[in-house]
Design a protein. Sequence first.
Length: 505
Amino acid sequence: MAEAVVEERQLLKTLRWYDGFVICLANPGFLLGSLGWSVLDMGGWGAMLIWGVTAAIVFPVTIIYSELAAMFPHKSGGLSIYANEGWRKYTTLIGPVATFGYWIGWSVVLSFLGLFVGYIAQAAWFPHQKFGTYAFGGAEIDKGYFAIGSVHLGLQHFIAIGLIICVWLFNVFGTRIAVSFNYLAGLLLMVPLFCFTLLPFLNGDFHSSNLKFKLNDSGLAWGGWQLALVWIWIMIWSTAPEACATFAPEFKDTVRDTRKALLSSAAFILLINTLVPVSLTGGVGEKTVGAFDYVGALDKLVGSGARDFFVVVMCLSFILSMNTATADGSRALYGISKSGLTIKELGRLNRFNVPGWAMTLDMTINILFILFVGNLFGILVASNIGYVLANMFAIGAFVLLRKDRPDWPRPIKLPSFWVPVAVVLFAAFALFSIVGIGWFQIAGGGAVYGGTKEKIIGFCVLAISLLLFLFRRIVQDRETPHWREEVPTMPDEVPAPEVPAVPVT
């Protein structure tokens, strides 16, 4: 009797370390997306300090992830997979919580930055457009226009929806197309980054009088420490270059490419996070940065004649960030589904060997956010609840895996002093979460951008992850849920040599 064997689709090994670096060029876009509120809250000097400190904290975390990524080179999903591997001996609940926490932190980037691009485009080219008006950040909206509930839809909303669909198309037809777009957008990103980091010093616009340090305000709680800790908690999502690790199974040389991509990205982010807050604020003033008036900033720095070109490339940098969010978040869902911790449908690859189902879920949820949610900054920060917890669990997994699987092959093995370093970082991320979740509504230049509703949404995402985990185990796998699992001390089999599945053009 003849037996037909259907080969399961696999993620293709088509990327090199510099592809991973380009993927993480999304992070400067994340920085610009929240810079204004941090400058309003802490002043230019304070924002520079806390953005820089956050990048410095994340740098050793990135090094820790390089060892974990090399331990599981054939598992997609990044830090959420590491968290599951380290904790499942003690509880199987960490895996789904970490995955959905990590995913939602990336997913809402699409709606947030899509609206940001729409806002910038309207400010630059359609300032008198009357089909709905929208002040970025949730300010007052003109009445009498097309609305769904409390959300008044304007041009920027439809631009955002169109961009989300385009980014989905970039990714659903294969990794190579998405990375190629990142190369184009990443190259153009260097232009506004030059304007915002060096040009204020070169053309004489920089004035130290534009910079303030508000963290020493005597009226702040804990002498300013509470505000600083809340902002570190907020900034972690836009600073960490862990997306490189998510693509570890798709690097040609998993070990070398993963390590180089992580370290080069972390160094670049540290440089940008330190320079941009002080140079841009010093060049155009706190009021312009706090209003996210990047169009006005470009008017001042390069003149109205060249402004439109710089607006285009800056918008492309935000689209690059959206592109990375789609690619990274979908692989997190794919990886955890393959590990049996959420529904099977999210673990399917399409005919282009990418997680098409997970990407489509991302697209749908973000379009719904744009249509039905008004305060996207509050939602974005609420999503940070799960994202920072996912990082905390992944750091803890490093310590647990050293203890529970000492003989597991570690192509990248850090010196033993990294174990106490990881313990300190685990405690630090726990502190950031406690303070951030408790008081993040103080962020945003004195305005309340997060409260009970947003916190409920953040925790509901984590609760849904547990329900989907139970559905997978009870309904789809037809087994009794088990809260702990026996874990192997060595890999089940020696991985095959790493040969690219298709040639790279």
